[in-house]
Design a protein around this ligand. Structure first.
Ligand code: UGY
Ligand code: MN
Length: 248
């Protein structure tokens, strides 16, 4: 497409946070995935302790590979339909569906229609006496709970809050005009994908506009706040490392 003049963008990449709007992330291919366009949203090269991808898997495409023995992963289906094979058997995954695969699992996914997925991988932090287990579900089956006693702020926790799990994947919904009750600052990281709506995100020391399709990485101790703007509820899915002590 012919292009003239300055091209602007909401992209920001700082030492401890980043905002990546989707149009600026080129698609790449991953060796283990067939007929799949991959956008790598977060990686250790950025400073993150995890990898997060936006995968567009064409009908008939997918993967059949094994995770390294110390690597766990999580899928969330944004749209389309795929079959995911877990130790317990083949399961359909549709919009709102998600799955956690324990370290070392076989990853077998076949897309039935064009399927858009969030995929997250990280090294599992073991804890003696406990272990994670595969999980599969759909966010529509999770009622959600108020966040910090604000009834209108709905938080859905997709994974069990058990010591065997070292990660949380949550979906947050904010009606227009509602905000995070505090400016949070914590050692845990976030990898956040904006599913719906728009808002202003406070990162570091400034407010910035974000919208559907944007990705945000927040590193340890990144000050963070959010205000939902626009006319529809803002929804985002985010990763957080949990249930482990600090490594010295
Ligand atoms: O769980 C969290 O830390 C969450 N409240 N953070 C966020 O939405 N930026
Ligand atoms: Mn947070």
């Amino acid at each position: 497409m012919p292009q003239q003049g300055l091209v602007t963008s909401g992209v920001v990449v700082e030492r401890n946070f980043a905002i990546l709007p989707p149009e600026g992330i080129p698609e790449s291919t991953l060796p283990a995935w067939r007929d799949t366009g991959a956008r790598i949203l977060a990686a250790p090269a950025m400073g993150a302790d995890f990898a997060m991808y936006l995968l567009d898997v064409k009908a008939g495409g997918g993967t059949q590979h094994a995770l390294e023995s110390d690597v766990e992963c999580f899928f969330y289906c944004i749209e389309g339909e795929a079959t995911l094979t877990l130790a317990a058997g083949a399961q359909p995954v549709r919009a709102g569906g998600y799955a956690y695969l324990a370290p070392g699992s076989a990853v077998t996914l076949a897309s039935r229609s064009g399927t858009r997925l969030i995929w997250l991988k990280k090294v599992y932090e073991p804890l003696s006496g406990v272990a994670p287990r595969d999980v599969i579900g759909n966010e529509s089956a999770i009622p959600g709970e108020p966040f910090m006693e604000v009834a209108e702020l709905l938080l859905k926790k997709l994974l069990p809050d058990e010591a065997g799990f070292d990660m949380a994947m949550n979906i947050f919904t904010f009606p227009p005009g509602y905000s995070l009750p505090t400016t949070e600052t914590h050692v845990m990281e976030h990898g956040l994908f904006f599913l719906q709506g728009a808002g202003d995100y406070y990162l570091g020391d400034a407010w910035r506009e974000v919208q559907t399709g944007d990705f945000i990485w927040m590193g340890p101790y990144c000050p963070q706040g959010f205000l939902a703007t626009g006319s529809q509820p803002a929804r985002y899915i985010y990763y957080k490392n949990v249930n482990r002590d600090v490594e010295l």
